[in-house]
Design a binder for this molecule. Sequence first.
Ligand code: ADP
Ligand code: MG
Length: 505
Amino acid sequence: MQALDWTYLLAASGHLTLAVLSFLRGRRSAVALPLGLLCVTLFGWCFCSLAADLTGPSGAWWGQLDAFFSALTPPLILHVAVVFVGARRAHARIVAVGYVLFGALALSSVVGIGRPWGLAWVQNDRWQWAFLAGWLPVLFFVAALLLRHLVQSLDPDEKARTRTILAAFAVGGAVATADPIRALGYPVPHLAPIGSLAGTLLVATGVFRFRLLDRDLSITAAVYAGALAVSGVICYLAAFALLGGNVAALVFAMIAVTLGLGTAIYELTSSIATQRERVERLASLGRFSSQMAHDLKNPLASLKGALQFLDEERARGHALDAHADFVRLMMEQVERLGRVVDDYERIGRVEPIRRSVEVNELVQGVVRLEPFAAQGGVSVRAELADRLPPCDLDIDLMRGALENVIRNAFEAMPRGGDVVVRTALDGGNGADRVVISVEDTGEGMDARLAERAFEDFYTTKPRGTGLGLAFVRRVAQAHGGDVSLRSTLGRGTIVSMRLPVAARG
Ligand code: ADP
Ligand code: MG
């Protein structure tokens, strides 16, 4: 093996390690899945390049596998970039088109594997032109996305993270562009192994130093991932060295090693990541039910106390007529229990019982009580628009939703700050809407968190349920409105609920 082959080998192990690490983060991080798949693809590409290099003309079909992996990189790079800047929903269609087009190119590279015509196709200039025709637009689009994100981010950490990703992208982009151009016969240096290695190192910097995958990765996870990746690469190499001459046996062994490695990664991730997620989900369900238990216990305790007292009085032979107030108290507790049960039932279903409501009054009512819930150093005030039309709202649901948003604002400002609750009339798009927005000067969210904040059970707080914003969205939608969020890391967050005004007449 020459220096070039060692570089490929090192890059392949690096990519595989990063892939395992990404899969370990599982659902906790939005970039984890596309980044993991991208690393797997880069691993496949490095390994096939290495194998093609080592086998020479007899193993030309490695070149077809190489082409397969090359064709899959652009849509994955696009996917990672779109998720990274928090525009997964906005650009979902572009990403899908990328997968379809490049997926077709990838498939066309392997349908004729081992056949002369299949090999001729991936070595044909047309293949390279097809790749470049798809790749160049992706290149410019991703560069624009990342640069815009860099300019718009205010948080120094997010800026550093974006710069690292941009550098990795620049290196990867140079390789991905130079390779097909070289294949077309132009005198471009052979950058692929060095470039791929440098790209891997940059992504690793983003992951470890700048916490691309949220929170710090544990050393244990990194050791597991590294060990798994190195044993995987050794297995591939062993199969390659032992069976290199026998193509059928080699293919079989490679598939077996891939399946074995895939299973090991799956086992490891499901034992670490999925288990943790399940535990967290159960924990938040636990907190939810303990809140419910708490709400039911107080009235039940009062009921029991009153009943015991009446029972003792009767045992002593006293008449109960003198204790009519106890009976009234018990009646009240039973009614309170009924309301609690109703409330929980409605949280589950969110069926608004509407009546005409003055939004300003609703907001004032909530804001007036909030200073009691606020920690020191937090101020809450309302800025209300004049002459708002009334809305048809369920006042209890809306109050609950608004309280949730304000509580999040408090929790985002552990060192104090200002919360402003605004109301406004938005007459755009023909239909009038009343907007209630809550603005805080708290820690804000990065683009990836902001995209996921409304998901059920998604929380970054040790004692959070991740159900707050999900409930707010359900309430807004049940009223025919919607809710949106604008957040700047380190600056603060604005959550806006837009509600249709009551029909006139
Ligand atoms: P929870 O408050 O139980 O974590 P939510 O659904 O209310 O669940 O919020 C989900 C996540 O969104 C929070 O864990 C937090 O990371 C983020 N978040 C919500 N509101 C804000 C805010 N005003 N400022 C910063 N981050 C917020
Ligand atoms: Mg919350």
